[in-house]
Design a protein around this ligand. Structure first.
Ligand SMILES: CC(C)(COP(=O)(O)OP(=O)(O)OC[C@H]1O[C@@H](n2cnc3c(N)ncnc32)[C@H](O)[C@@H]1OP(=O)(O)O)[C@@H](O)C(=O)NCCC(=O)NCCS
Length: 182
């Protein structure tokens, strides 16, 4: 169970999220990467150049949803997503990415926190940063899929699909085992 002190730390970190312009970078927003700085212990950043790709790949290839995924696939997914890293003392401790057209729709994917930093509110910092991102304010819909973290996303306004029968998918659960895992 979390202590009151820990909750307070998370609350102040969330309250302290702000956006700042940083050095010209990977060109997500006209050559400028936006960085979000948490005032507390943890920092959330959208600078793809800071991501620890080895850590992300290591986590995802053993995850339930991307088991066996290849490093090149992870790199490509990062390259084409708006990525959010969580950092402590410069070391990456969490990740989430948003696949979006920056106009109407966004899909939140690959949310994780490294085991030793779980239960400290980091996923909530990530979700807060995603939903506060200035380029994602006018969207009509956010989507995500989760096996058991509904209680996390519900805190941020996500609801089960009102009409799941209106949605369809092409799902290839074996894709990473069939030659796309390079
Ligand atoms: C799920 C995960 C990202 C949560 O990260 P975290 O930083 O430990 O979570 P937080 O400390 O921010 O707290 C999450 C909150 O959501 C709640 N929650 C609901 N479902 C949860 C779940 N399956 N796992 C963790 N927390 C969950 C927690 O109880 C907590 O509630 P609180 O606000 O009342 O304290 C982390 O446990 C993780 O990386 N799990 C493995 C990967 C995974 O399952 N990712 C989700 C894919 S959809």
């Amino acid at each position: 169970m979390k202590s009151g002190k820990k909750r307070q730390r998370v609350r102040s970190a969330i309250a302290g999220l702000r956006f700042a312009r940083s050095r010209p970078s990977l060109g997500v927003f006209g050559g400028v990467t936006r960085v979000m700085q948490a005032s507390g212990q943890y920092e959330i950043s959208t600078d793809r150049g800071r991501l620890d790709v080895a850590l992300i790949h290591d986590f995802l290839r053993s995850s339930d949803w991307a088991r066996g995924i290849g490093r090149a696939v992870v790199e490509r997914s990062i390259e084409h997503s708006l990525c959010f890293g969580a950092y402590l003392g410069g070391r990456q401790v969490g990740f989430a990415r948003v696949i979006t057209d920056f106009a109407a729709l966004a899909y939140v994917a690959d949310v994780f926190v490294v085991p030793e930093h779980r239960g400290r509110g980091i996923s909530k910092l990530l979700m807060r940063a995603i939903l506060a991102h200035p380029e994602l304010q006018q969207l009509r819909r956010f989507l995500l899929a989760t096996r058991d973290a509904h209680g996390l996303y519900r805190q941020f306004g996500f609801q089960p699909l009102a009409h799941p029968e209106h949605f369809m998918t092409i799902h290839k659960p074996d894709a990473y085992r069939n030659g796309h895992a390079a």
